[in-house]
Design a protein around this ligand. Sequence first.
Ligand code: GLU
Length: 487
Amino acid sequence: MEGNKIRTRFAPSPTGYMHVGNLRTALYAYLIAKHDDGDFLLRIEDTDQERQVEGALDIIYNTLKTTGLHHDEGPDIGGPVGPYIQSERKSIYLEYAQKLIDKGEAYHCFCTKERLDMIRENSEALGRPHKYDKHCSHLSKEEIEEKLASGIPYVIRQNNPNTGTTSFDDEIFGRITVDNSELDDMVLLKSDGFPTYNFANVVDDHLMNITHVVRGSEYLSSSPKYNRLYDAFGWEVPKYIHCPPIMRDAHNKLSKRKGDASFEDLLSMGYLKNAILNYIALLGWNPGTTQEIFTLEELKEQFNYMNINKAPAIFDITKLKWMNGEYIRMLSLEDFHSMALPYYKKVITKDIDLMKLSQLLHTRTEVLSEIPGNIDFFEALPEYSPELYLHKKMKTTYENSLTSLEKALPILEGLDEWTFNSTHDSMMNLVTELGVKNGVVLWPIRTALSGKQFTPGGAFEIAEILGKEESLKRIKVGIELLKGVQQ
Ligand code: GLU
């Protein structure tokens, strides 16, 4: 391995979904490595055996694959510093925990759950943060050996000093110093022999030669304890890059458990993977220019992690929608058509020209999942209120709407050819003949054809897709409806 090659890792726990925040961590870790031709590793952090979820690994592999964040080493492809799944590294953690014990930097703890609960309750009663009371750090060698021999379950804890301070440097948040009296003797190895995240992340990042640790800012407060572990081993501390939280609003973090969308949810809502990735890149990072649309290649070139923000980022679905619309417009018509087809099929069973529908929707769609609700009127005219004909700006009334439709009907019936141009030209002639504003004819026709206030496209585009027979039928329905109001 080259000495100064940048190596980053994405280290998800297999939870069964890809949280937007996780994907951002993966993206940033990928970009930091690839900006400098470095290596991007995938490591699976499955040490919490109670939280195993079926199929969770596939979600991780699939996400990296579909987003193009290809890893250079990982459980599925191997590499020089494997295994890349923590549950397969148990013996390594035990070996390193033992080394810390030998150095006096860690100790066996045999405390029962009841005793630990009592300490916790005491701290709560006193309004103090919970901290283990170091009871077992005072056990003699003999006592420890005796307990181990009699098979009493134990954990291994870090042995932190009570006095002095510990500092660490984060590339984004700067230098952070804490009083050692605040450092809990955290568990390194659990009684089931699995390491905690707190221990495994340090051992693995070191053994995997990770140079830049990229992760969420929720790990900031534990990092002094991690530094003490690096120091205890005499290892070089990697660069820390803690990313700001992603918020739903000013006060709440984005949370899958509280119903916020995961990456898979966004995909199934009709967002394009590239648009999501592009949007996520900007959640907490800014390029220092006004550019907003980036390919992954451009991100690789331009990503400078020193431009990651400290301030929380707000997940703004409106902005994502806009960006998704931009990506949809960048698709070829054919690609858009094949992506939109499944959404057409949800509401359209009639034999209409779906390619024409795509021509209409390609430039007017922000999210694919909006399509069914926007086009269902092509399948069947919805029931609608005559008030839909009233439009202030178009200067329509019940009377002039009825006149327009009644005048339009025979003209349209007489058309030999039914195209956008033929309906357009004949109706524009009618506008001239009646001496009215365009809207006085066009608004009622569009309303009659769609039964909706908002439609993709105007009257003539809709008419062309509906066909002559259906269009005339709908105009007649409109005439009857307006006649009903007149009486
Ligand atoms: N397994 C941790 C998580 O999913 C990873 C944190 C890290 O990247 O170090 O939150």
